[in-house]
Design a protein around this ligand. Structure first.
Ligand SMILES: Nc1ncnc2c1ncn2[C@@H]1O[C@H](COP(=O)(O)OP(=O)(O)OP(=O)(O)O)[C@@H](O)[C@H]1O
Ligand SMILES: [Mg+2]
Length: 233
């Protein structure tokens, strides 16, 4: 049975910069079903990261509504939104947001620190994920000692370790080679297929269509179902 996870209506977002208004999202609609992989494509600067930030409740719309499981996001307090993220939403930021003085494995563990998982279990889970993503020999390196693609994989592991019901991934394969990119996509899609999580992934690069349930194109401030050909987008 299909069930709407996000129902976004007439979403507008403008930024104010040096006295100028920059309209980015201009009446965007999105009905994203739960337990699916949604891919948002679009040229650089079209507003993909802006949209993901709004879906995560990290930023507020200029106007329009975002419902998550039937309840409006925009009326909730910042504290309620932070709680929602802790409980349900895993975000992979385009800029990774790793803690610079913490090692790879500590960065991954950090997210589960406040859960009931024991320190030993936490370490085991973090190590297993990093090994799975090919970073078994980089566990104790600081972000500055890692390549950009390796940092990206730490960010992916950090999100997956919490097993979130909703994964928002902003260019999660932007800095790795195609082979590793495919491994990351397969790892992100796995919870959708295995446990019914929902994945929303933004990319200005290519994406293997066999892993996408829906492809949306962000253009001129609105989303449209993308014309899908076979193979890679
Ligand atoms: N805080 C901000 N202040 C002013 N302008 C902003 C801000 N954040 C984003 N923008 C502008 O909004 C537009 C959309 O940016 P956004 O980062 O969402 O694009 P994107 O589609 O994610 O691009 P990319 O593919 O390069 O990651 C850009 O023109 C950007 O300059
Ligand atoms: Mg972006």
């Amino acid at each position: 049975m299909s069930e709407l996870l996000f129902n976004v209506k007439n979403l507008c977002k403008s930024f104010h910069l040096h006295g100028r208004v920059i309209p980015v999202l201009k009446g965007l609609n999105l009905a994203a079903e739960a337990r699916q992989t949604h891919v948002i494509i679009g040229r650089s600067g079209t507003g993909k990261s802006t949209l993901l930030g709004l879906l995560a409740g990290l930023d507020r719309p200029t106007s329009g509504t975002i419902e998550l499981e039937g309840a409006a996001l925009e009326t909730r307090s910042n504290e309620a939104l932070a709680m929602l993220r802790r409980q349900k939403i895993g975000i992979i930021f385009q800029s990774f947001n790793l803690l610079p003085s913490w090692t790879a494995v500590e960065n991954v563990e950090a997210v589960v620190m406040h859960s009931k998982t024991s320190p030993a279990e936490r370490r085991k889970k973090a190590v297993a994920l990093l090994e799975e993503l090919g970073l078994g020999d980089r566990l104790h390196n600081l972000p500055v000692e890692l390549s950009v693609g390796q940092q990206q994989r730490v960010a992916v592991a950090r999100t997956l370790v919490n097993e979130p019901r909703i994964i928002l991934a902003d260019e999660p394969t932007g800095d790795v080679d195609p082979e590793l990119g495919l491994e990351i996509i397969q790892r992100l899609v796995a919870p959708v297929r295995a446990t019914g999580a929902t994945l929303i992934i933004a990319t200005h690069g290519s994406f293997p269509l066999e892993y996408a349930d829906h492809v949306w194109e962000l253009k001129d401030g609105v989303l449209a179902s993308a014309k899908v050909r076979s193979g890679f987008l």
